[in-house]
Design a protein. Structure first.
Length: 281
């Protein structure tokens, strides 16, 4: 059984006190303990940003890739060993700025990954510049006269691009986030969790108080298999009420949405890397 001490590294968290990353870190570790995720069955991948420090504070085999490139790296890991639980930690800038093209194509290919987006709506590691998630009009270091652009809606983009498990969480609710991470990993196909995460140092608008006044959970009467309804609910992010929970969850991987399986089966009889390189190069 995995314990909290098994996941402990020599490095204590160095995020700002009160940072939403701390809650995401705690929720993931609790899910790992509950489910027995460790070095024998799990791999972690991160991009560049404050979220990337996650890999320093969880003792599970991991790789921090280039800025905006964690999804192709994670896809390669999953293709090489489909038995692994593969988790991707990425920020809103890393995922939708530098990595926007990778996000769209990973969704449409529906690789069996769990993607946890640390969404603080700006570039925090570089001290508060505008990201693709920054609200229109917000003043930042890179937009002193206000952000002129409308923000990307992560859930809408994921749903229309083909992801088969799409959810939103709030970093301040660790118990709910722990459960959501577990359910996302159990899903066979691409799982996206957009975690609303206040940056207490550089984003003075999207605070814990801001979210607590607006968030609500999708009720038991909501049907997450209805893609049209999921898309409609995802757009509520742009209103004064912000729904949380599982927006879309296909009961099974949608027909024709598992191309990586065919790739793996085609190569299953030949794991000699030299032969594979010679075949494709």
């Amino acid at each position: 059984m995995t314990s909290m001490s098994d996941l402990k590294t020599p490095h204590p968290p160095n995020w700002c006190p009160g940072c939403g990353n701390i809650s995401i870190w705690g929720a993931f570790k609790q899910a790992a303990v509950n489910q027995g995720w460790d070095n024998t069955n799990t791999a972690l991948v991160a991009g560049i940003g404050c979220h990337g420090h996650m890999l320093n504070f969880v003792k599970i085999t991991s790789l921090e890739g280039l800025h905006g490139r964690p999804l192709p790296v994670a896809t390669g890991i999953k293709l090489a060993n489909q038995k692994l639980n593969v988790f991707v930690f990425t920020g809103d800038g890393d995922c939708f700025g530098e990595g926007g093209n990778h996000f769209i194509h990973t969704c449409r290919r529906n690789h069996d990954l769990t993607v946890i987006i640390h969404d603080n709506s700006l570039y925090a590691l570089t001290t508060g510049q505008t990201s693709p998630r920054t609200p229109q009009g917000l003043t930042t270091k890179s937009t002193p006269q206000g952000n002129p652009d409308e923000p990307i809606n992560p859930l809408s983009l994921a749903i229309i691009s083909g992801a088969t498990f799409v959810a939103r969480a709030y970093a301040g609710d660790m118990e709910e986030l722990t459960d959501l991470i577990t359910k996302a990993n159990e899903h066979k196909g691409l799982s996206i969790i957009d975690v609303l995460q206040p940056c207490i140092s550089f984003n003075k608008s999207l605070t814990h108080d801001f979210y607590r006044e607006r968030i609500y959970y999708l009720g038991s009467d909501y049907d997450p298999t209805d893609k049209d309804e999921a898309l409609a609910r995802s757009r509520e992010l742009e209103s004064d009420r912000i729904p949380l929970g599982i927006f879309y969850n296909s009961d099974a991987v949608e027909k024709g949405k598992e191309p990586q399986k065919a790739l793996i089966e085609n190569e299953a009889a030949d794991r000699d890397l030299d032969k594979l390189f010679r075949k494709y190069i």
